[in-house]
Design a protein around this ligand. Structure first.
Ligand SMILES: Cc1cc2nc3c(=O)[nH]c(=O)nc-3n(C[C@H](O)[C@H](O)[C@H](O)COP(=O)(O)OP(=O)(O)OC[C@H]3O[C@@H](n4cnc5c(N)ncnc54)[C@H](O)[C@@H]3O)c2cc1C
Length: 395
């Protein structure tokens, strides 16, 4: 066998000091401030504004943004650990933070001018302002390139007209990263990104949507009715918005995968705890093979999801390609979360169906991870596309 002692360090499964201390800090915060209200805000659909302020104080809203731009200057790995821990207690908190970090701060970090960074990124990364990502339209979902919202230059302003649907953080958002067609004849190559102040006259927010899960996150439609946005609010180059949208989603998917991981973790913990407590036929139900198999099946789903999520984040931190890995992580972790939550309900029997035991909320919350930031079917398209790029079909 070859002597590998001199070889490069190879694989390490240690998260490192920074991510471990983030886990400890966020877990403490989540246990004391989030878990106690999670069921209540799920029922009331109330946006957890006070906790969002606390997340800002802890630096959780601009985690990987450099400190010079108001962020915490941490790794993507630390960021996903934070989203995992928030979501372990309440998936709504997870997505509120994930959208601000990955879908709002990231494109500003990567594409904004120095002046735009000062004006927009800094307060968003500090959590003084909250952002939303406005891509989806009633007729532009999986095919997001089919943008009907238009932006037309008129003197010193872009005039926006159209509407966006299913926008997370819409109600409380101060800043709307908005995608619009600047040249519809060019299709995907005629879309641009804009930084829109939510108070702009002509920007109107719809009513809060009722949802199956993540009910404490605020989801609404947004309408643009002759909304005049200053010319210097174009983000990145003209007609390069679709590239920005996709690059942004590439990172966002790892955040959603981390959200799913947190839900899966919570589900497995609840199932194991209950299996250890509940007795039927004069035995702990954890002694029955049928229950043990569900715990084992849940564990393999959880641990494989964790490996994929951390791998994708690690690759991103190394500046290495991670498109395929981000989609694999999002696809698998989201389905794993649904399966783990489903088994957790089954392990709990009738009690699992009752809101008091929380596992029904985990299942409802898990389900969205298979849909937003690209459905599972879209992730499979991305994975297949990447694999075929690596190994092209022979003519
Ligand atoms: C709670 C919530 C929050 C959201 N937050 C945001 C947000 O903050 N910002 C934002 O911009 N968007 C947001 N979205 C939108 C979300 O990303 C879209 O709903 C999602 O991308 C799917 O689009 P769609 O709903 O139009 O479904 P469709 O695209 O109509 O898909 C319907 C079905 O067809 C399948 N399908 C479509 N095309 C194909 C294909 N080519 N091959 C195989 N199957 C296909 C889909 O997988 C799905 O099963 C949110 C959605 C929800 C529900």
């Amino acid at each position: 066998m070859a002597d590998t002692t001199e070889a490069a360090p190879g694989i390490s499964f240690d998260l490192g000091e920074e991510a471990e201390s983030v886990r400890e800090m966020v877990r403490d915060f989540a246990e004391s401030e989030i878990r106690p209200i999670a069921a209540q805000i799920d029922e009331s659909h109330e946006f957890p504004a006070a906790n969002v302020k606390k997340m800002a104080e802890l630096g959780l809203l601009g985690m990987f943004v450099p400190e010079e731009h108001g962020g915490a200057g941490m790794t993507y790995l630390s960021y996903v650990v934070a989203i995992e821990e928030l979501s372990r207690a309440c998936a709504s908190h997870g997505v509120i933070a994930s959208v601000n970090n990955s879908l709002v701060c990231y494109p500003l970090m990567a594409y904004a001018s120095p002046e735009q960074k000062k004006k927009w990124l800094e307060p968003l990364a500090k959590g003084e302002k909250l952002g939303a990502y406005c891509l989806t339209e009633p007729n532009a979902g999986s095919n997001a390139a089919n943008q009907q919202t238009t932006a037309v230059l008129d003197g010193d302003h872009w005039v926006l007209n159209g509407s966006k649907i299913f926008i997370t953080n819409a109600g409380p958002a101060d800043v709307l990263i908005t995608y619009a067609a600047t040249d519809r004849s060019l299709g995907a190559r005629g879309i641009s990104a804009f930084i829109v102040d939510a108070d702009t006259p002509g920007v109107r927010k719809g009513r809060k949507e009722g949802k199956l899960g993540i009910r404490a996150s605020d989801t609404r439609e947004i309408y643009y009715e002759d909304a005049r946005v200053p010319k210097d609010c174009l983000l990145g180059e003209l007609n390069k918005g679709y590239t920005i949208a996709l690059a942004t989603l590439g990172g966002g998917r790892i955040g959603i995968a981390a959200q799913a991981l947190g839900i899966a973790q919570a589900s497995v913990e609840a199932a194991v705890k209950y299996a250890n407590e509940r007795e039927q036929f004069d035995r702990k139900i954890g002694e029955f093979d049928a229950i043990r198999h569900m715990l084992a099946d849940s564990t393999v789903e959880l641990e494989t999801a964790r490996l994929l999520v951390y791998q994708a984040a690690w690759l991103r931190d190394q500046g290495r390609p991670n498109t395929k890995e981000a989609s694999l992580a999002k696809w698998h972790a989201s389905e794993a979360a649904t399966r783990c939550a489903n088994w957790a309900i089954q392990v709990h029997g009738g009690y699992g169906y009752m809101s008091e035991y929380h596992v029904e909320r985990y299942w409802r919350d898990a389900r969205i991870c298979e849909i937003y930031e690209g459905t599972t079917e879209v992730q499979k398209m991305v994975v297949a596309g990447q694999v075929l790029k690596e190994h092209p079909l022979e003519a």
